[in-house]
Design a protein around this ligand. Structure first.
Ligand code: GDP
Ligand code: MN
Length: 385
């Protein structure tokens, strides 16, 4: 699909190419690694942390914040602390930031979710998944443990990083006036977001916002209607099903999507490096409030990825977005492996600080070799220093 292919042309080149000695003596940014998880995901979290530490954070030691709607148990906390020498904090999410708000009609919301389950919409029948998406769309950056930070890097359980990152992405983003960074863009499942774009479009019009060049990445011209369809109701059937979620009525301009439609392209937000003040801005908050009041976080299954992406489409310019094409990344079946241009090799000892104990280090070493051997679409993802 052209929308995805265009990405490599639209955005900037890597900040740094090849390997360098990590500049660990330069000032760090005010940044944090954020992990939302449940106790039962401990193993997946540790695996992600291992990749994060080995490839990046053992040099830079950025702190971690772990968030949970429940309470992290001691086993979880203890294990996490053993996997990093960085500062670690654990927080519980306030009830006001998770679950159905009090203005929502609980019965209707639960019914809508059950129906999405029946329709086999991916994760559509899981209330907790809806809560997670809504939390990442409108609340994570309001958590008190993140209040002191300006930047975050989102980390999920069961991800892999293939490449060593020998520079500080926060420092580079700051230096280059970047707001939002991604490494993978994919297409959303249309049935999870039938009306998200209509609301987004209406938000833009209602607030007289003009695109700074990002909107066009998500909005594509709609083919003109055939004569015989013109007299029919303008709204596609799915639009009529979305009722305002019993909050403040949402004004949606029915012509808001005339001529264009969402191409389903979005930044895959399970990897995300961004400025928190983007989300803390009045514009983003208004956008989120409008979306939230529409009820789409349960009447449909809006993901935080399309929400963040479209918000970037409305409020940012391409120059503020960074494509981390140099970050080799995998989550579930989707992965990104940068072209493996031979980089200057440094002696391994440089990279192999005695952070893990000897026995572990040995295991890790063979693990590394497995990564080398791992075939990604027939191309080995080799991008270690
Ligand atoms: P997927 O990547 O879209 O398949 O979704 P995940 O199941 O990985 O969820 C995305 C993120 O939200 C992960 O970091 C999960 O650990 C976290 N998450 C999902 N549901 C819940 C939940 O009910 N409670 C908590 N605390 N975290 C959750
Ligand atoms: Mn996941």
């Amino acid at each position: 699909p052209p929308a995805i292919r265009k990405i490599s042309e639209k955005f900037d080149k890597p900040f740094v190419t090849g390997c360098s000695v990590p500049q660990t003596d330069q000032p760090r940014e005010n940044a944090v690694i954020v992990v939302l998880a449940r106790n039962k995901e401990l193993e997946g979290v540790l695996s992600s942390m291992r990749y994060m530490e080995r490839h990046f954070n053992r040099h830079f030691n950025y702190p971690y914040v772990f968030l949970n709607d429940g309470i992290f148990n001691e086993t979880f906390k203890e294990a996490i602390r053993n996997y990093t020498q960085s500062e670690v904090e654990f927080g519980q999410i306030e009830p006001e930031h998770w679950g159905f708000p009090d203005w929502a009609d609980l019965g209707e919301a639960q019914e809508a979710i059950a129906k999405q389950g029946d329709q086999a919409i991916m994760y559509g029948g899981m209330a907790s998944y809806h809560h997670m998406c809504r939390f990442y769309s409108g609340f994570f950056y309001k958590h008190e443990l993140l209040a002191k930070y300006e930047w975050y890097w989102r980390l999920e359980p069961d991800i892999k990083f293939y490449c060593d990152m020998t520079y500080d992405p926060f420092v580079e983003m700051k230096k280059n006036n970047k707001t939002y960074g991604f490494t993978i863009a994919v297409k959303e499942l249309r049935e999870t977001v039938p009306n998200l774009f209509r609301y987004s479009s209406a938000y833009m019009r209602n607030n007289n916002i003009t695109s700074q060049g990002m909107w066009e990445m998500f909005a594509e011209p709609k083919p003109a209607k055939k004569e015989e369809e013109k007299n029919k109701d303008n709204l596609p059937e799915d639009v009529l099903k979305l009722e305002p979620g019993r909050g403040k009525p949402v004004e949606v301009d029915p012509t808001a999507m005339e001529g264009e439609d969402y191409n389903m392209c979005h930044f895959w937000s399970n990897f995300e490096i961004a400025r928190l003040d983007f989300y803390r801005s009045k514009e983003y908050e208004d956008f989120f409030q409008m979306l939230d009041k529409s009820g789409g976080f349960w009447n449909e299954r809006w993901g935080d990825a399309p929400v963040h992406s479209i918000a970037a489409g409305i409020l940012l310019s391409p120059a503020q977005i960074h494509y981390f094409r140099d970050v080799g990344y995998r989550h579930t079946t989707i992965h990104h492996c940068p072209a493996n241009a031979p980089a200057k090799q440094l002696p391994r000892q440089k990279w192999y600080e005695p952070y893990f104990d000897d026995k572990k280090a040995k295991e890790e070493d063979s693990y590394w070799d497995n990564w080398d051997a791992e075939k990604e679409n027939g191309v080995g993802c080799r991008c270690r220093c």
